[in-house]
Design a protein around this ligand. Structure first.
Ligand code: UDP
Length: 369
């Protein structure tokens, strides 16, 4: 008998609409989609990627869709309205999905946008939604919650903490994440430098890491897309003498090489980080992570073993943690991610998710799906 997890599936991966894959604008979603494409392909599933024009996703072909990019959802108030630009790439991608859906067993939505959730009941093909952020607006909470109730098992999240930002946490399935660890080299001997990796935007709290560099005198290297230039200039004005350098946005191969040389990665987000891809990428290089005890990183980092968890928004706590870095064994950092965050571990969780979703669907055939 062929079980659901052994069956070869045809899967359409529908990307975020805020930026082309490879641009960095989509944040962690871009690497997540790439990693999911890799692990599903390795397991002989047939995948196809749909993304905004100009997208590059490793060696995978991409169906490029034209149209205007969606605005990013971070930084909007709770009562932000749903808005779409004219000739919306989001709408165009989902129109493409509508036309080809009968060739697929499941569609996977990577966009944190209202439209794909709203469209779910109108599509005969099942849609799995991988939600990449915690609760941000009432309108998004309402539509995701509605689909969680109407189509049980279709809402995937990256961490339990992320799920708990929603009132429907119990209906969310935690998928975590997984990485091609062969791309990340273990670096046993760091230099006396700290790292910070992320989109340079207010919710990422870069200013706290810069404050630490100023206080300790330890150089801080910063990698990531300059999403909010005015925010970056404010930080530079606030800490003119801090020993920091902006190193640009690097592809994974170069990023991991540079990141591996750091004594630690600082993660200082103001928001509930859904997961924090950079935590795993850092640990994979043997670099401990010092993070605020908030969101996904607090679920991943083993306090005192693979990094330190610090009281949120507490710069003195970050400084104390740096003084205790000698207690962390860099090999333990690498071992932790090999166990839970490999591509294989992610592939297992995805196959279980799709398998249960499709089995559930068979039960409701003649019903909504
Ligand atoms: N990243 C990158 N090059 C850089 C800096 C960052 O490719 O120079 C990628 C990093 O690999 C990660 C993403 O940017 O996948 C940031 O994702 P994360 O989940 O940490 O945060 P998000 O941006 O989704 O809030």
């Amino acid at each position: 008998m062929v079980t659901q997890s052994e069956k070869r599936l045809k899967i359409l991966l529908i990307s975020t609409s805020v930026g082309p894959l490879g641009s960095g604008i989509g944040g962690g979603v871009e690497l997540t989609l790439h990693n999911i494409a890799k692990t599903l392909t390795q397991r002989n599933h047939e995948i196809r990627i749909v993304a905004p024009g100009g997208s590059v996703c490793g060696s995978f072909p991409v169906v490029e869709i034209s149209g205007e990019l969606q605005f990013t959802a971070q930084g909007e108030g709770r009562d932000a309205l749903i808005a779409l630009p004219k000739n919306s790439v989001l709408a165009n991608m989902w129109d493409y999905a509508r036309q080809v859906q009968d060739r697929y067993d499941v569609l996977v939505n990577f966009a944190y946008d209202w439209l794909p959730f709203y469209l779910t009941p109108f599509f005969p093909c099942p849609i799995a939604h991988l939600v990449s952020m915690g609760s941000l607006t009432d309108a998004m909470d309402q539509i995701i919650g509605q689909m969680a109730a109407q189509f049980p098992g279709t809402i995937g999240v990256h961490s339990r903490t992320q799920a708990e930002t929603f009132s429907f946490a119990d209906h969310c399935r935690v998928i975590g994440n997984g990485f091609d660890l062969s791309l990340y080299q273990f670096c046993p001997e760091p230099e006396n430098v700290l790292g910070w990796v992320g989109r340079i935007a207010p919710e990422k709290g870069l200013e706290d890491a810069v404050a630490v560099a100023q206080e300790t005198g330890i150089p801080l290297k910063i990698w990531g897309i300059l999403q909010e230039v005015a925010y970056w200039h404010d930080i530079c004005d606030q800490f003119p003498d801090a020993p920091v350098s902006y190193e640009g946005f690097l592809p994974t191969a170069e990023l991991q090489h540079a990141l591996g040389k750091c004594r630690a990665l600082l993660m200082t987000p103001r928001w509930v980080e859904a997961f924090g891809n950079v935590v795993i990428e850092s640990l994979a290089c043997g670099v401990p992570v010092i993070a605020y005890r908030r969101g996904g990183p607090a679920e991943i980092i083993q306090d005192g073993k693979t990094g330190w968890l610090v009281e949120p928004d507490h710069i003195a706590g970050l400084v104390t943690a740096i003084a205790q870095l000698d207690q962390i064994d860099r090999h333990t950092c690498r071992q932790q991610v090999e166990l839970d965050y490999s591509l294989e571990a992610l592939g297992d969780r995805l196959e279980q998710w799709f398998g249960e979703l499709l089995a559930g669907r068979e039960l409701v055939i003649g019903g909504r799906w």
